[in-house]
Structure formats: structure tokens, C-alpha cells
Design a protein around this ligand. Structure first.
Ligand code: HAM
Length: 429
């Protein structure tokens, strides 16, 4: 009796991207790279695994990501704790410090790829997902802050997105936050009866995050809490005002959202998110802000910086709703053949066609003409080349157009000498 093996499936929240959708990813990646090049951003590739303490220190001990979402493990008893990156920023800053790349000039950098967070999976929220993360290291702003937002607005236009809106806030500087924090803790203490477990646990460690609650019972308390904006000094206010002015000049509309605090602790001054009404609960397509203290916190010299990341799954979902991509044809020519000699000839002719740069599929194995035509049609090829017994004997080949031409007509099938094939196809492709 033969043994049957149990199937192995992918991990929950981690998706396979199959060929019927991977072409959309490739298209998007191409557009992103072109867009990034237009603004002078260069690619940096850091490891997926980093020491856990990089993220604990960089993102902050009292954040959802570090407290409960990181994939962390040890290899062997004495090894250090390692973590699969939950975002790119901390790793990029680590690499910049380690290789002294901001030593004599600022850097515009980007990374694209998988990141990992152990969240509860649902539509638009996964455990492995993809980000493009854009980081400008060594820039004080506010000019670059505005440029990054204008840059995003250009991307949405390039991709044909409409339902996407900018939310903006300023978190001020450390001392301003400290004064606000003290006032906020007083407010939380006065309303301790409405705080949930998370709120009580965080009211002294991270009171600002308590306001970021989704708990409806806490909304009223959160709305009445002292506003950070009222604690900002002249310089912080001027920084923010300058960004607003530049956005207005660029014709970009925005909402100031005083409750926008972001889920990572490294931010100061500018923070922003782009949100959409079209994706249900997972509405944030892009988030970012200024992180002037991160470089120093990770052992480098003080370096002002700002960046953002776009979630690619969410961006693709939004694109599909807005207009979608038109599937490109993956094949130019499909070669159909019958008999041993024709099969060999087909291989030779295919190589001649590939010399021209065309994309060619030769039918593999034997099948009826009818079955082969079906395959040719579903391959998306523009032409089928047919090599039957008579074609081989007479050194001819038939060209059968498979798609309508620009006038909406289907051209006739023709049979020509094999020697004329390339010239004939050059006219048609
Ligand atoms: P973030 O807001 O944690 O920021 O993530 C950025 C984007 O990643 C989100 O706006 C969302 O589109 C996407 N995203 C987050 N979690 C998930 C998930 N579980 N499934 C699918 N998509 C998700 C950062 O990561 C910062 N490093 C951004 C940054 C760069 N700040 C400065 N530089």
C-alpha cells in the first residue's frame, strides 16, 4: 500500500504571490524605482535579520511592534537574540552608521522588500508584507519634509489613485513632549476609571499612545486631553508652518490630525499618514515622519532625518480599486508543430526568433493541433507559427495571427518560405 503524505501549507498571514499577480508587483516595482530615481534616492539592501536590541531601542520598548509583534529567536544557547525586521528604518540607520555613509554628506536612500509582524491577519493586514521605505538622512528640513510629501502626491498621480488623503501632525521636540507628557499623565490620572487595561499599563510608560486608542469608551477622554500642539515652542511651530505653506503652494490638501502619533517611538516634529476610504479598516497606505534622534540613539552622531514607508499590499489593493493594470502580453510567438522533424525544426526557428529579442514559447510534448492552438491562444501570444508535415517537407511555415489588429480585424493566416520568416515577422511585431 502506498503511503500518502500530508500537504504542507504556507504560514498564516504569509502569502504566495502567484504568476497571475506577480506581474502587477513587477510593474509597480518598476514604477517605484523610476519615481525614486527622479528624486535621487539610491537603493540600500540590509539583512532581514538583525539583533533584537536594534529594534527594541530604535522602535521603542513600549510599542505594539516590540512588545508583541516581532519574530524573535536565538540560534543556540549563547547566541544573541535575533529578530526578523518588522520595518526598514532602524536597519538602514544602523547600516548608515556602521559604514559612515552620512559622514561627509547627506544620503537619500530606499529599500524595498518583506517585513514581518506577528499581527492578527485580516484583509490588508498580514504577518509577512512588503514595504518600500524611503529615508533622507542628514537633512534638517522643513524643505525635505515638504518634498517627501510632494513626492508621494506625484506617485499617487502616476498610479492614478484618487481616494487618498494626507493627515499631518507635529510631535514637537523632546522637551516640549516632556511638558505635554506631564500634563497628559495628570489628565489620564483624573480619568483613570475610563482607561482600559492597555491604557492603564501605558499611562506612565507611553501616555501619548493611550490617546491612539480604538476603544470607543475612551474617545471622549482622549478628545479632551491636553493637545501637544499647545506645548510646541516657536521653532517647532515654524517648522510645521513652513511645511504647511509649501504643501499649499504645491496644491496638496491635508488635514491636521492632532491625534496622529504613529506606532513607532522614534519620531519628532513632522509625522504624516496617507489614508484611504476604499480599503476598509486597514486604511493607512503610507506613514512616516521625522526622526532626528534615531541615529544618536543607535550609537551614531546626531543626524537629522525623515522618511516614510508604503505598504505595497495595500497600495496594490487600492490600485486595483482605482483602475487596475492592463495585463501585458507575456508571449509574442507560440510555435505549434506536429511530428518528430517539425518538433526539431521548431526549436531552431524559436532560437532565430529569440535572436530578434522576441518572447517565444515552443509547444512542449506532443498534442493535437486543436489542443496546441488552445494553449497558443491562452499564452497571450500575438502569433502562432505552424509547422506541420507539409510545411517541413516544403521548407515553409504558416503564420496565424491570434489577436485583432489596430482596425479591429483579424489578419489572414499565410504560408511562406521558412527563409522569409524573420523578415515577415519583423513587419508584423
Ligand atoms: P508603519 O506605519 O509601521 O511605518 O508602516 C508603514 C506602512 O506599512 C503602513 O502604512 C501600511 O501601509 C503598511 N503595513 C504596516 N503593517 C502592515 C501589515 N501588518 N500588513 C500589511 N501592511 C502593513 C514604518 O514601518 C516606518 N518604518 C515608516 C518610516 C520610514 N518612518 C520613517 N521612515
Amino acid at each position: 500500500m502506498s503511503k500518502t503524505f500530508e500537504k504542507v501549507s504556507a504560514i498564516r498571514g504569509m502569502n504566495d504571490i502567484l504568476p497571475n499577480e506577480s506581474w502587477q508587483w513587477e510593474r509597480l516595482e518598476q514604477i517605484l524605482k523610476m519615481w525614486l530615481a527622479q528624486y535621487g534616492y539610491l537603493n540600500i539592501r540590509t539583512p532581514i535579520l538583525e539583533q533584537t536590541r536594534l529594534f527594541a531601542r530604535g522602535i521603542g520598548e513600549v510599542t505594539d511592534i516590540v512588545e508583541k509583534e516581532m519574530y524573535t529567536f536565538r540560534m543556540g544557547e549563547d547566541s544573541e537574540q535575533l529578530t526578523m525586521r518588522p520595518e526598514f528604518t532602524a536597519g538602514i540607520v544602523r547600516a548608515a552608521i556602521e559604514h559612515h555613509i552620512t559622514y561627509d554628506r547627506p544620503q537619500r536612500l530606499f529599500s524595498m522588500g518583506q517585513v514581518f509582524r506577528h499581527e492578527r491577519p485580516q484583509k490588508g493586514r498580514y504577518r509577512q508584507f512588503h514595504q518600500v521605505s524611503i529615508e533622507a538622512l542628514g537633512f534638517e528640513g522643513p524643505d525635505i519634509d515638504a518634498e517627501q510629501i510632494i513626492m508621494l502626491s506625484r506617485l499617487w498621480k502616476l498610479l492614478g489613485l484618487k481616494d487618498i488623503h494626507l493627515e499631518l501632525n507635529s510631535l514637537g521636540q523632546i522637551d516640549e513632549r516632556k511638558a505635554h507628557r506631564e500634563a497628559l499623565i495628570k489628565h489620564l490620572e483624573a480619568h483613570i476609571d475610563v482607561l482600559d487595561e492597555d491604557g492603564k499599563r501605558r499611562m506612565y510608560t507611553n501616555p501619548l499612545r493611550v490617546l491612539d486608542t480604538k476603544n470607543p469608551a475612551m474617545q471622549e477622554m482622549a478628545n479632551q486631553a491636553p493637545k501637544l500642539f499647545d506645548f510646541l515652542g516657536e521653532q517647532s511651530k515654524a517648522h510645521f508652518q513652513e511645511i504647511c505653506t509649501r504643501l499649499e503652494e504645491a496644491g496638496i490638501s491635508y488635514t491636521i490630525n492632532p491625534r496622529l502619533v504613529r506606532g513607532l517611538d522614534y519620531y519628532n516634529l513632522t509625522v504624516f499618514e496617507w489614508v484611504t476610504g476604499s480599503l476598509g479598516a486597514q486604511a493607512t497606505v503610507c506613514g512616516g515622519g521625522r526622526y532626528d534622534g534615531l541615529c544618536e540613539l543607535l550609537g551614531g552622531k546626531s543626524t537629522p532625518a525623515i522618511g516614510f514607508a508604503i505598504g505595497l499590499e495595500r497600495l496594490l489593493a487600492l490600485m486595483e480599486q482605482s483602475q487596475g493594470f492592463i495585463a501585458p502580453s507575456e508571449t509574442d510567438i507560440y510555435i505549434i508543430h506536429q511530428g518528430e522533424l517539425a518538433s526539431r525544426k521548431a526549436l531552431q526557428i524559436a532560437e532565430l526568433c529569440r535572436d530578434q529579442g522576441w518572447r517565444v514559447l515552443v509547444h512542449a510534448g506532443s498534442a493535437s493541433f486543436k489542443a496546441q492552438f488552445k494553449r497558443a491562444d491562452s499564452s497571450g501570444a500575438k502569433f502562432a507559427l505552424i509547422l506541420g508535415e507539409s510545411e517541413v517537407n516544403e521548407a515553409t511555415i504558416s503564420i496565424k495571427p491570434l489577436r485583432l489588429d489596430n482596425d479591429g480585424m483579424m489578419a489572414e493566416q499565410v504560408t511562406i518560405a521558412q527563409a522569409e520568416l524573420i523578415e515577415e515577422l519583423q513587419k508584423r511585431i
